[in-house]
Write a protein that binds this ligand. Sequence first.
Ligand code: GLU
Length: 453
Amino acid sequence: MDGQSYVSSTLERIKQISPGQTVFLQAATEILNSLQPLLDKESKYHKHRILDRIVMPERTTMFRVTYINDKGEACPHFGYRVQFSSAIGPYKGGLRFHPSVNLDVIKFLGFEQIFKNSLTGLSMGGAKGGANFDPKGKSDSEIMRFCQAFMLELQTVIGDVIDVPAGDIGVGGREIGYLFGQYKKITRRFDGALTGKGLNWGGSLVRTEATGYGLIYFAMEMLAKNNASLEGKTCVISGAGNVAIYACEKLYQIGAKPVTVSDSTGYIYDKDGIDVELLKRLKEVERVGLQNYTKERVNAKFTPVSAYPAGRNGVWDVPCDAAFPCATQNELNLEDIKVLYNNGCRLLAEGANMPSTLDAMKFMSEKSDFLYGPAKAANAGGVATSGLEMSQNAGMLKWSFEKVDQELQNIMKHIFDISYETSVEFGKPGDLVLGGNIAGFRKVADAMIDQGY
Ligand code: GLU
C-alpha cells in the first residue's frame, strides 16, 4: 500500500471509531497527510501499523469534578487526561480549563503534543488534559476548590516519571499552585509531577515567558535563513494570555513593534505599540477584559467582537509585516489569511495550538513569498522549558535566567534546523509543516518499533 492509501484508510477509520471528533480529525488529517512522502519511502511504518496505533491514545481518563461555589452550590464538571504516547518519555502536556473543553479538543491537543515534544529533542511523551470549567469571573477560593477537586482524580494517573501536566488556556501560575498543593497533600511527595511551578517552590526561570519568547526566536530563525529580520517590523498578535504577552515583550527587545492583542471581548489596535506593562496588569493581576486598555491608552482603539465582519476575526484586518496567532484553535481562516497577505504580511508563526484552518495552512504553504511557522514547531518553547524544569527538579538544581534562556534559544534553533533539513531531504525546502511533522513522527515511530507491541 502506498503512503496516500495508508493515510486515507487511517483517516477513514478515525471517522468510524471517533464519530463527531472534528478537531481531532482536523489535527490528524494535517499531520498524516504531510507524512505521505516518508510512508512512500519506508514500508516499515505500515508493516508495524504505526499510523493505526499512534492515532489511538495509550490511555484515556475521564472523571467527574464537583466543587462548591461561593453560593454553596455544587458545580459538576467533566475532567480529562488523555495519555497519547509514552514512546520517547513520560507523558507530558498541559491542562486546559475552558468551557469549550471536551474529549475531542483534548484529543487534538494531546495528538499534536506527541510531535511537538518529539521535535524539542527532549525525552517527553505526549498528553493533554483539562476540564470544561471556566475560570473567568470565579473567585480565588472557587478556583482553589475546583483545582483541589480536579487533582483528587488527576493524581491517580500522574507522577514525575509517569505523566507531568502543566498549564494551557485557563491554567496559569495560580492554578498550578493550587493543583501542586493538593498533589503534595494526597501523595505526600514533593516532586516534579507538574511544571510551571512558582519560582521558590521548584519552578524554572523563563517558564512563564518561554512560549512567547520561543515563538519569536523561531520566527527569527525563519527570517535569518532568508537573510531578513524582524527589526523595524510591524507585528499583529492575537490573544492576550501568556503566549501573546511574552511574544510582545520579546518583539520589543529585538526592535519590532507589536500593535494588536485580542481576547474574547474584542481586539486592541495600538498604533504606537502595545503597552506590555499595562497588558500584564490587566491580564495577570486584575484579570479584566481588553476594553479597559483604552481607559489608560486613549490613542488605542478597541473593536468589540460584535463589530467583526461576518465569518472573520477582526484582528487580522490590521496591516502588518508579520502575524502571530496566539489565542486558540481555528482562529484564522482562509479569508483572514488572504486579507493579511493582501495587506503585505509575509510571515506567520503560530503561538497557539492549531490556530489556522486547513485551507488557511494550504494557502500559506503554497505561497513562495510567504514564511509559515506551524504551531508544533513554533510554539514548542513552552513545553521545552517545562522539560528543562523537569531536569532541574530531577537534579535538585536551579539554573539562572541566562542559562535557561540560552537553552531555550538552542532548542528553538534545533527545532528549526531539523524541520528545515527534513523539508530539504523530502524535496520541499522551507516546507516546515512537512519537515516538522516528519522529523517529529520519525523519532516516535522508530521508538515504537524498537519497543515492540
Ligand atoms: N500547553 C503548552 C503546550 O501547548 C505547554 C505544555 C507543557 O509545558 O507541558 O505545549
